[in-house]
Design a protein around this ligand. Sequence first.
Ligand code: ZN
Length: 669
Amino acid sequence: MKSRIVLFTLSLPLLALAADPAAGGVDAAAMNKTVDPCVDFYQYACGNWIKANPLPADRSRWGRFGELQDRNERVELDMIQGAAVTRAGRSPIDQKTGDAYSACMDTEAINRRGIAPLKPILDEINAMANASDVTREVARLHDRSIGVLFSFGSQPDAKDSTKTIATLGQGGLSLPDRDYYLKTDPKSIEIRKHYVEHLKKMFALAGDTPEAAAQKAQAVLDFETVIAKVSADRVAMRDPNKRYNIMTKAALEQLAPSFGWDAYFKLVDAPAFTTLNVSNPDFVKGLEASLPGTPIDSWRAYFEAHALRSYAPLLTEAFQKESFDFWQHYLTGVPQERPRQFRCVQMVDRGMGDLIGQKYVEQTFGPDAKAQITQLVEALEKSLGEDIKLFDWMTDATKKAALAKLQAITNNVGYPKKWRDYGKVTIARDDYFGNSVRLAEFTHNRQIEKIGTPTDRTEWGMSTPTVNAFYSPQQNSINFPAGILQSPFFDPRRDMAVNFGGVGSVIGHEMTHGFDDQGRKFDGEGNLRDWWTPQDGAEFEKRAACIANEYSGFTSVEDVKLNGRLTLGENAADNGGLRVAYMALEDTYKGKKDVVDGMTPEQRFFVGFAQVWCENIRPEEARSRAMVDPHSPGRFRVNGTLQNMPEFQKTYSCKAGQPMVSTNACRVW
Ligand SMILES: [Zn+2]
């Protein structure tokens, strides 16, 4: 846990039961054994960790993911600092990452330049006079990856995933969700009041008089409220069939004739196309009904607010501080900003993840680790296959299709097959603002260039040092960056039962996403196609509703309950993933009951699983996440899952009526 660089050079066979005792198993110090595991397993597995790890001042949430991410960022920092000081004969990777970091750290130069780098952008916004200027400005801001009004980019055609097509979606808000603008409870009203105060301060910093700043701030809130009113909620947008609306450019123009679509597509350099997907046509219609006739001053205020927000972290200390005070301190409860060096590391990671990622993988992730994880993935795939075959609620026809989809999953372990090329981006040691603008333009251009091209199935959405994993429904792939394939998720030297509970449950989770409320609507080729018999589809929905109801009953913080429909896919994946990992464990151990640290393999498995979710969270952050995050908080990811699982209850001899034994146990997969 303490070493900065974890090297995977050991070559123990993955499925061997022998473990190096020195490498340990579960984290015994994290547990609170005074808690009855049948009453609150999360506290039992994590209680002492939670007590011993209060929130650091610069975090809104702190858990095992955060600990590991912190370690990974320190590895990155070492590499980047090395790249930043070695001037002569540097590799192109070191030049770009080192100079981007140096420019970010040069606060003296940043403060000296003041608002000057942003001035041309603000001037261009304030020079707008008519509707065609508005169209041009939307395009210019989109080019710089600033999300005003709507989103436009590319994605695989949901019904023919081999082709990448143009796509237009709802967007244009600043607060985290449309509900922030629409809800009328006292907390929501208070947040909007603070938001307007924050906007006033930002406009004043950019040079406005207090009167002008106040007027503009109110105009921004009013404008965004109009957008919020025509936006669909997150749960509605989870349905891939609702999001699939292919139409011609002419049909889009009919939906919103007052926007200069043709001019816009030319201005963002979109390749020629005739049809596109409009994920929410009602949103476009709603904009058309509400926005023409909006005074040009409101458009200016709205665009300026978005530009100031995007660029504040690149400007003087005063801008950074005001931005932090509202977006992090007020909205998520964090008292202190992260040290600048780590903000600069994150900037390099987000902007050039495939450059820093190459070095990270070289240092931390050997071929043996890759081989071991690949074997583990195969063991879990086998278990999910067995699991599907055993279902009594599913007909053979649907089972066959489900198994075919499982068979077709592509496994990507550690790093992408192809690294992104940043050759076109100029990174200068003395131009933090310019570097960031160029990286944002590069990102946007890549999106736009893909319109009308064959889908690149090797693409990854995460940098390799990221502590996370993902399932891509349109590639039908599961992806595990090297960043998460480390302790406490995985350690090749430790007790295998703990690895099955840690990384095994993560692998099972990603696989199950292929069959959750969204994933089940795509086939093995990644196409939106209904492969379920109507009866089996109805059975699935019935089981999914059980999970949705269960999690809707959990209180996240104070008066805020979880939204079981928003978190359905993640909760279903947690439940299914843990079961599949458990089956793989049993298949591997074949009845062997070795006791380590006083625990059976099954007990180590469940503690290993729970311990990746130990966390502390600020109430502000919990409140915000309940509205926008499709994942449940750590304690419900553990207890909500385990209370559905007879295998867990048997392991700890829990009895009916105890909290960890659900009276209405849900099960989908
Ligand atoms: Zn997930």
